[in-house]
Design a protein around this ligand. Sequence first.
Ligand SMILES: C[S@@+](CC[C@H](N)C(=O)[O-])C[C@H]1O[C@@H](n2cnc3c(N)ncnc32)[C@H](O)[C@@H]1O
Length: 298
Amino acid sequence: MEKHEEIIKNLSSIRDYARWSMGRFTQSNVYYGHGTDNAWDEAISLIFHLLHLPPDADERVLDSNLTHNERRLILRLVDARCQDKIPVAYLTNEAWFAGLPFTVDERVLIPRSPIAELIESQFEPWAQTPIKSVLDIGTGSGCIGLACAIHLEAKTDLADISPDALEIARQNVARHQLASRVRLIQSDLLESITECYDLIVSNPPYVDAADLASMPAEYHHEPRLGLEAGSDGLDCAKVILAQSAGHLNDNGLLILEVGNSDLALEAAFSDVPFTWVEFSRGGHGVCVFTKAELEQYF
Ligand SMILES: C[S@@+](CC[C@H](N)C(=O)[O-])C[C@H]1O[C@@H](n2cnc3c(N)ncnc32)[C@H](O)[C@@H]1O
């Protein structure tokens, strides 16, 4: 590997460092699964964060020169990304979701659910009436519930079994100044939930045993509690499907993500006509149920 001082002497612009980082990522076989899917976006997300630039900053900034300190910092974090396979969001302690920044660390999963797209479109075409109350089960950083609270202007409860995750969610409630209409609830799925909502949304753990055993190194930095869900990946999903109707208002909706366990879910409930969401920005394995459908099938 080239010595840092040599690189710092020869490379000067953001574009230079993005190009160099791309090469290092490719050489080190880093895995892209935490918000980006290619070396360029990975490099840009790391560098822009360090420079306090918004993720969608104008491309003209790429030709500006970096200070000596900025160069050193980029090289140090690229080394950590490549050698220790630490996802960028854990290096920067920030992840963007539904156009909003969230604080993250290794106590919570890195936000990447395709549900962001549904939130930004106010759950159209499924929401028949304005959504005024939301429960986010397995909230982690709080990203899904807080994005709902902001985009829908809804009262929101964030539930998680993990006190560690709820601590990060609490920091994000404060960061977005939402304490007046967002509550944190420690709950094993719906066990401690007492109210009814217009929307229950959940990205619970859904990784099955086979996927868990073959996950790239990056995923081992994430809390296992946020991923693991039994041999077929459905341990949490089955409980949520069975219990959500009892916590939904009459026009209420359940939005449930099961990712790669979608086929296992269909096989487990072969007489249920699943509605799977199609996403324009990518992602799969998110199903939608009305309260009436949940009552009929689960
Ligand atoms: C896949 S992560 C999703 C985090 C966040 N919603 C997101 O989309 O980034 C699942 C979350 O569910 C939580 N969890 C795991 N088992 C749970 C349970 N039995 N009850 C409630 N939350 C649980 C984990 O602590 C983790 O924060």
